[in-house]
Design a binder for this molecule. Structure first.
Ligand code: URA
Length: 432
């Protein structure tokens, strides 16, 4: 039997802990035998002392063993690919990638989470579609993946319950942005969910956990190693999160943008990320093709309308109305105008995310209700130029007062300068 207080002290003093003790700590916590305050202290000790690769693997393995695991591959008789993002502002990638990959003949069954922070998570975004249900039994989930090629549902409570509990605790104890804890949290869910091959989108910059390319690379390498130790193929894309992804930030606005992207009308940065992720997922799948061919097939599925067809069948299968006109709309729409001519040298992702949160698009606490209709459309992005008075962005608000506040906040997120217009690539690096 471990003594948690002694384990915390040893970690605090910089000792490497053996796998069986980490396992007992995590499983004891998941069973409710070890209190929150001891795990909070343990996480803070990890913040200061880090974890060795062996400790990180032991933590991940214990998290996986805290609940049930899924073998989606056996149920489908196919190699299963999955994608995951470390999270950012305006990140609706899964909602566009899923239908395109499925239209290329690779089934996608994904368990997603809710968001705490600026905007909702994938599930919250999907719930802005009238009628859409994210609660499917495991049998219905598998049945839908077989029939439609795509299902996105809420993570069941028995899949990595230790992470659910620990993530909630980390969220309120200043222990979220700790590399080994993020890596084990993400990889335990991907491995327990049954993915054979995983594309990880590691966000870098102002709106991400990892602020620098160096930190993002370290997180990517740790996740890659965890995946390989568990016998999974992993590719990590390091992508820009210094500004919001695409134009839309806010739940129903993001759904509309994801649908536009599936039919080839999305914003350039988001479209590029989506097609790149699709190409890599297809190359990892059992189709036996390389990335170039994956990219060609993804573009073809967008161009010929087959991806939109899958999108519509998927939304209907989960009870939703795929018509974009059915999405909730905010009653007040206000422009954010450029105060001068120039080019955008900065568009703060966090500032836009916080403005969306204040409009009601996200949650401050787990109990908060989300307003699916509100949000921000950033029409002009970094490197683009505008004339004095041009519309930079649009605020969608539930009333004039909150709208006016958001207009001021979004305006402050834009910095205009005199640099010549230039492109900012979305893909910064690949770790594989
Ligand atoms: N996403 C997760 O699932 N876990 C983390 O710890 C951070 C981001």
């Amino acid at each position: 039997m471990i003594r948690p207080a002694e384990l915390i002290e040893r970690k605090r003093n910089g000792e490497e802990l053996p796998a069986d003790e980490i396992s007992e700590l995590i499983l004891g916590y998941a069973r409710g035998e070890i209190p929150d305050y001891q795990l909070a202290a343990f996480c803070m000790a990890v913040y200061f002392r880090g974890m060795t690769p062996a400790e990180t693997y032991a933590l991940t393995d214990a998290m996986i063993r805290s609940g049930r695991t899924l073998d989606l591959g056996a149920a489908l008789g196919r190699k299963v690919v999955d994608k995951h993002s470390t999270g950012g502002v305006g990140d609706k990638t899964t909602i566009a990638v899923g239908p395109i990959v499925a239209a290329c003949g690779v089934p996608v069954g994904k368990m997603s989470g809710r968001g705490l922070g600026h905007t909702g998570g994938t599930l919250d975004k999907l719930e802005s579609i009238p009628g859409f249900s994210v609660d499917l039994s495991v049998d219905d989930f598998i049945g839908q993946v077989k029939e439609v090629g795509l299902a996105i549902v809420g993570q069941t409570d028995d899949l990595v319950p230790a992470d659910k509990k620990l993530y909630g605790l980390r969220d309120v104890t200043g222990t979220v942005d700790i590399l080994p804890l993020i890596a084990s949290s993400i990889m335990s869910k991907k491995i327990a969910g049954g993915a054979d091959a995983i594309v990880l989108d590691v966000k870098v910059g102002d709106g991400a956990f990892m602020k620098t390319l160096e930190d993002a690379r370290a997180l990517a390498e740790t996740m890659l190693e965890l995946g390989e130790q568990a016998g999974r193929e992993v590719v990590c894309l390091l992508t820009d999160m210094d500004q919001p992804l695409g134009a839309a930030v806010g739940n129903s606005l993001e759904i509309a943008e994801a649908r536009d992207t599936v039919r080839g009308e999305g914003p350039p940065d988001f479209t590029e990320l989506v097609l790149d992720a699709c190409a890599r997922l297809l190359a990892l799948s059992d189709l036996g093709i390389d990335e170039d061919e994956g990219r060609r097939r993804a573009e073809a599925a967008v161009g010929d309308g087959s991806a939109l067809g899958v999108y519509e069948r998927w939304i209907r299968a989960q009870g939703g109305d795929p018509d974009p006109e059915a999405l909730p709309r905010a009653p007040v729409v206000l422009p954010v105008r450029a105060p001068r001519a120039g080019s955008v040298v900065r568009l703060g992702a966090i500032a836009v995310g916080m403005a969306a949160l204040h409009l009601g698009a996200g949650r401050r606490t787990k109990e908060d209700a989300i307003d699916h209709s509100v949000g921000i459309l950033c029409h002009v992005k970094r490197g683009e130029s505008v004339a004095d008075g041009d519309v930079l962005a649009e605020v969608h608000a539930r009333d004039e007062a909150s709208g006016d506040e958001a207009v001021a906040a979004v305006l402050a997120a834009y910095e205009l300068g005199d640099e010549p217009p230039r492109e900012h690539p979305i893909l910064l690096d690949v770790v594989s």
